[in-house]
Design a protein around this ligand. Sequence first.
Ligand code: FES
Length: 574
Amino acid sequence: MTTKPIESLRSQRWFAADDFRAFGHRQRAQQMGLRREEFMGRPVVAILNTWSDLSPCHAHLRERGEAVKRGVLQAGGFPFELPAMSLGEVLVKPTTMIYRNFLAMEAEELLRSLPVDGAVLLGGCDKTTPGLVMGALSMDIPAIFVPAGPMLNDRYKGNRVGAGTHSRKYWDEYQAGNIDKAEWTRLEQRMTRAPGTCNTMGTASTMTNIVEAMGLSLPGAAAIPAMDSGNARMASASGARMVEMIREDLKPSQIVTKAAVMNGVAAYLALGGSTNAAIHLIAMAGRAGIPLTLDELDEMARKVPVLVNLFPSGDKLMEDFYYAGGLPALLKKIKTHLHLSAMTVTGKTLAENIADARCEDDEVIRDVANAVSTKGALAVLRGNLAPNGAVVKPSAFGAKFFKHRGRALVFDSNAQMHAAMRDPNIDADENTVLVLRNAGPVGAPGMPEWGNLPIPQKLLKQGVRDMVRLSDARMSGTHYGACVLHISPEAAIGGPLALVRTGDMIELDIEARKLHLDVAHEELKRRKAEWKPRDAQYERGYVRLYQQHVTQADRGCDLDFLEGNAKTPEPVIY
Ligand code: FES
C-alpha cells in the first residue's frame, strides 16, 4: 500500500500555501483555539454526525463522535465534527424518505466545501445510512460508516418484543378490543428501552448490515448494540482507521464495485431484510455509477435463503444477532454467494475480514439446511399493473395469499383509507384487495411507509389479521403481511395503478412473479384517456425540487441530477 504524501492531501489546498487565502484559513483555525501543529501537515477527518435531540435512535452519537475523535487523534489525524441532517424515522414528517436525498446532498456538499481529507459517517436510523453513503460515494474521498447500533432487546409478559413489529401487532389487538387502554398505555414504555436503532431486522439494521457487507464499515460493526461499550470502541477504531485510509488513499470508488454491491444484496437477502433496501441499494449503486436492476435482485432472491431468525421474518432481535456473531458469521454461511475478493475499509478483502468469524448460535443465524425461509426476502412482480415492477417480501407474507384473486377496494389518499378502515359498514371481506394510490415518490410525496394498510376494524373483530394490500408506497421493514409495494410507475404520474376502480378483479401470483389487473386492454386505454394528473401540491422549496426530479422506485428514488458518478469539480480556492 502506498502512502499518500501529506502535501498532496486535499486539506493542504486550504492550509499549506504561502498566500493570502491560506493565511486566512490558518488564522481562522487558530481563532478556534487550535495550535498550528494540531491541524497543519495532518490528515483532516470530518465526522459527519446525524445526532439530534429529536432523533432517539441517535441519542448517543454525540459521545460516539468524541470516541471517533479519540481514534483520529491517536492515529495522528485532525478531527472535526460537522452536524448533518438528523432523520429520526418516527418523528420526521411527512416522511424521512423525502429527506434521504437532502441528507445525501448535504453530506456531499459539506465534504466538498470544507478542507476535508476523509469522512467518518455517523448514522443508523433508516434513511441516514443510505443518505450518508450516497453523499460519500458522490464525493469519493476516503469514507467509513459508523453504525449507531441497535437498541437493546425488550420483553413484555415474558416474550421478546421488537420495535415496530410489535407496535402494529398490539395495535391490531387494541383495535379488535383484545387489549384495554391501560395495557396499550403500558406498551408505550416498552419495546424501545434504550437509545439505538430498531432492534428487529427493520430498515435500519438491514441497511447498516448491507453497508458493512459492501465493505464500508469495520467487520462486525453493524450488530454491536448502541449501549454496548464495544460500540464506542468500534467508533474509536473507525476514526483511527480513517487516518490510515487517507494515507493509503483508499476511496469508496475502490471499495464499492459491482462485486461489493452484490455482496450487499446477498447479505440483505440472507438477513431477511426490509423491502426498503431494494430502493436504497439501487440508489447507492447508482451514485457509484453501477447499474443495479430489480431483476438482478429477484434473481439473487431465488438463490439466497433467509438465514437470520429475526423479526419480522423470525422471532429474535438484534442483540441475539450480536451474540451469535453478527454479520461476519452470517457472511461465512453464505460465502458461496459472495465475491470474497472485494476490497473493504480495512484494506483487506472480505475473505480476509471473515476468515476467523464463527457463529455462536445456529438458532439465530441458521445454516442453509435449516433456513428461516426459502421463499426469499424479496420477489419482484410485474404485469399490466406494475410494468416497471413491484416488490413483496415472501418470507413475511401470508402463505395463503401467495396466489390470490380478489375484488379491489380503492383509496385515493391515506386519509380516505384510514377513515374507511373505521367504517363499520365497509364493503370488504378477507378476500378483498385493498388498494392505496397516490402514495408514491411524487404523489405522497416521498413514498411514505403507508404500504402496510391497516385491516378494517370490522374484519379485525371477526378475527382477520392479514389481507392482500397493494400500493405505490413503501412499508416499514419492521412490518409484515401480504403487502405488494413500490408499484412502478406510481399512480400520480399516470401509472396503471391510477386506472384501477373499486370492483375490478386483481390477480397476484408470487411464484409466477405476476400482478395483473383483470380489465380489458381497451377499457384501460379508455380510462387512461380520461385520467388527469392532480395539481402539484408544492409550489416552492425542497419538496418542489424533489417532486420535479425524483425517480421512480425501480430507479432508487434518487434525484435524477444526482445519479451517476460524473465528477463535480473541486471548489476553486482564491
Ligand atoms: Fe430509528 Fe427504527 S425508528 S431505526
